[in-house]
Design a protein around this ligand. Structure first.
Ligand SMILES: Nc1nc2c(ncn2[C@@H]2O[C@H](COP(=O)(O)OP(=O)(O)O)[C@@H](O)[C@H]2O)c(=O)[nH]1
Ligand SMILES: [Mg+2]
Length: 417
């Protein structure tokens, strides 16, 4: 293995030098900010120290990015991160510049390690606030229902009730759970539970129709706003999506943040923007919006981060509504975490619906096995899913999944007839 160190201005410069020097299979091992003396040692300058290596058996782990980068408008082909076959040979065909993806991942990794050290266990703190007992009970109920699908329905309990119990445990409202369970078993009340659940899947897919197909950001959209409560993963998701487009090399991405509520929020997005080599501007006041948008006139995709606030407060709702009114985005994506309670998620969507929500983006799929809110919200509010995120790693942990793919995981692989 050859290991080299580079002192550069930014990541794009590092990637160019590394590619030229070590070839396209090189990977970045670490990055850190350093200060170097200029010529004659008169002035200090900020630089980036990047260590890269080539040779040995370096795995390519960009299957998720590859899916997004190749065809942002099409459903991802990968069924599951855990069960996906080794896609290494195919990845080289599909992603034109795999080492650039690896380079970005390295840079993001270094940033995230530093951020984690500075803000210990922020995700953990979020979780600590969650009603743990309720989560455990829901998990248990869902496990119980899943077990029943394996062994068949209990004696004497109609399969429709079993289906309903399963759906309820997964966070589907009572009324909808009953409807879906009844429709799935209507013609065949004695059907085995596993078959009933694959029929539930079909009932949901029929109801969703075109909405079952994932709808990432449209080719025609230039300004895309991301709204949602605090801490759900808006900024992280924006960084992941920006990385997908930078990797694809098809659109000039710019970032805009209106989240000046927390100083760290601006820093967070700025760091991602620097790593990606894309412009990022801050908007303090809605009146500045036209000016800032004009400054980003060279960008054909502007991702707008908004302040994560408590949507149960009327002033938050009013502020967001007025911001979106001035911004007039081509798309507004509601970002919601699946770790929230189903009722709270539903209340959030009801509150945000008047903003003109176009799509959902669900985060933290990796932290829960309760996925019923996805089909429940999609069918109720008739909005499609854009992306789902499955972890904290930028840019890896984002996926474009069809509802069918999600249901297959949720309902235990879609039990066969
Ligand atoms: N486990 C997990 N954590 C995530 C995911 N997306 C974001 N996070 C974490 O959630 C926390 C809040 O994310 P952030 O993007 O700052 O949220 P924002 O306030 O909505 O902008 C951070 O610790 C992220 O790393 C995800 O898909 N899974
Ligand atoms: Mg944020």
């Amino acid at each position: 293995m050859i290991v080299r160190r580079y002192i550069v201005r930014d990541m794009p410069e590092a990637v160019m030098s590394i590619r030229k020097d070590l070839g396209k299979d090189a990977v970045i091992l670490s990055t850190k900010k350093v200060r170097v003396k200029k010529w004659l040692g008169l002035r200090w300058q900020k630089r980036l120290e990047v260590t890269a290596a080539v040779g040995g058996d370096i795995p390519l782990h960009h299957d998720v990015v590859r899916n997004g980068a190749k065809a942002p408008a099409a459903p991802a082909r990968k069924e599951s991160r855990d069960t996906a076959p080794d896609t290494r040979p195919e990845a080289t065909d599909v992603l034109e510049e795999p080492s650039f993806g690896a380079a970005l991942a390295g840079a993001f990794g270094a940033y995230q390690a530093t951020a984690a050290a500075m803000q210990p266990a922020s995700a953990l703190q979020d979780r600590d606030k969650a009603p743990v007992v309720e989560d455990v009970l829901r998990e248990l109920a869902s496990l119980k229902a899943m077990l029943q699908t394996q062994v068949g329905s209990r004696d004497g309990v109609p399969v429709a009730s079993e289906c309903e119990t399963f759906l309820r445990a997964q966070g589907v409202s009572e009324e909808v759970a009953r409807q879906w369970a009844e429709r799935a078993t209507a013609n065949d009340p004695e059907v085995p539970m596993s078959t009933a659940l694959s029929r539930v899947q079909q009932v949901i897919l029929d109801e969703l129709g075109d909405l079952a197909t994932p709808m990432p950001i449209s080719q025609d959209s230039r300004v895309v706003a991301f709204v949602g409560p605090t801490g759900v993963g808006k900024t992280t998701s924006i960084a992941k999506i920006a990385a997908l487009y930078v990797l694809a090399g098809k659109r000039r991405v710019g970032l805009l943040t209106t989240d000046t509520f927390r100083i760290a929020a601006v820093e967070q997005l700025k760091t991602y923007a620097d790593i990606l080599g894309v412009p990022m501007l801050v908007v303090d006041d809605a009146q500045e919006l036209p000016l800032r948008l004009a400054e980003l006139s060279g960008c054909d995709l502007i991702l707008v981060d908004t302040a994560g606030r408590n949507f149960r407060k009327p002033e938050t709702v009013a502020n967001t509504q007025s911001l979106l009114g001035s911004l007039a985005p081509d798309e507004t994506i509601l970002v919601a975490s699946l770790t929230a309670k189903p009722d709270d998620l539903d209340a959030l969507v009801t509150t945000c619906n008047p903003f003109g929500i176009d799509k959902f983006l669900f985060t933290k799929l990796d932290e829960t096995s309760t996925l019923g809110s996805i089909p429940a919200l999609l069918t109720k509010y008739k909005r499609p899913l854009s992306y789902v995120t499955v972890g904290q790693n930028v840019p890896d942990d984002i996926d474009i999944l069809s509802v069918e793919q999600i249901l297959s995981r949720w309902l235990g692989g879609g039990a066969s007839e």
